[in-house]
Design a protein around this ligand. Structure first.
Ligand SMILES: Nc1nc2c(ncn2[C@@H]2O[C@H](COP(=O)(O)OP(=O)(O)O)[C@@H](O)[C@H]2O)c(=O)[nH]1
Ligand SMILES: [Mg+2]
Length: 170
């Protein structure tokens, strides 16, 4: 049995907590606080420390850490990135402004030299961009893998997990 620590990061409201909850086979430890004036749509809470879940795949026990999305909690990105084997950057594909995603991506690429993928989430919603359009807006090269996903769906979430584990073990 091997152990792997993975981070799920990305902007506010992209679906990080949802992915951790969908994948975890233990009750997810969530640390949420009420939103201040950033409140958007029907979202009332935001992750302030981390989400913690656990799952297994093949012979690996995988610890899943969801980060806060807002940059005012970026000290937690630093702490959580310790000893990770890989990371997933979640993106809300219905958005058109990916500046926060770009900043987060830059932060983790500079911080840790480990495999990563982009998860183009919320593909079930109208107006979701496909991965090639997201690649253009993020302005990233073809060798960075983007996986389209629906974090509320377990088989779709499992595909994301399999992809990052593939990259880690290759
Ligand atoms: N339709 C749809 N909603 C999603 C999906 N993933 C997350 N959500 C919703 O988007 C909102 C933000 O998700 P959350 O996990 O809290 O985002 P976080 O801020 O990145 O942790 C919640 O209402 C989720 O239920 C998805 O794939 N499809
Ligand atoms: Mg969250």
């Amino acid at each position: 049995m091997r152990y792997a620590k993975i981070i799920i990061t990305g902007p506010f409201n992209s679906g990080k907590t949802e992915l951790v909850k969908t994948l975890s086979d233990i009750k997810v430890v969530e640390t949420e606080e009420k939103l201040g004036n950033e409140k958007i749509s029907n979202k009332t809470n935001t992750t302030v420390v981390m989400d913690f879940g656990r799952t297994s795949l093949n012979d690996n026990i995988i610890y899943l850490y969801g980060t806060p999305g807002q940059e005012r909690f970026d000290f937690m990105w630093e702490i959580l990135s310790n000893n990770i084997l890989g990371f997933i950057v979640m993106i809300d594909s219905t958005k058109r402004d990916f500046s926060s995603a770009k900043n987060i991506l830059k932060f983790f690429i500079n911080k840790v030299k480990v495999p990563y993928i982009i998860a183009a989430n919320k593909q079930d919603l109208p107006g979701a961009l496909d991965k090639e359009n997201i690649r253009k807006l993020l302005d990233i090269s073809n060798d960075i893998e983007i996986v389209e996903c629906i974090a509320t769906d377990s088989s779709s979430s499992l595909q994301v997990l399999k992809k990052i584990m593939e990259k880690i073990s290759s």
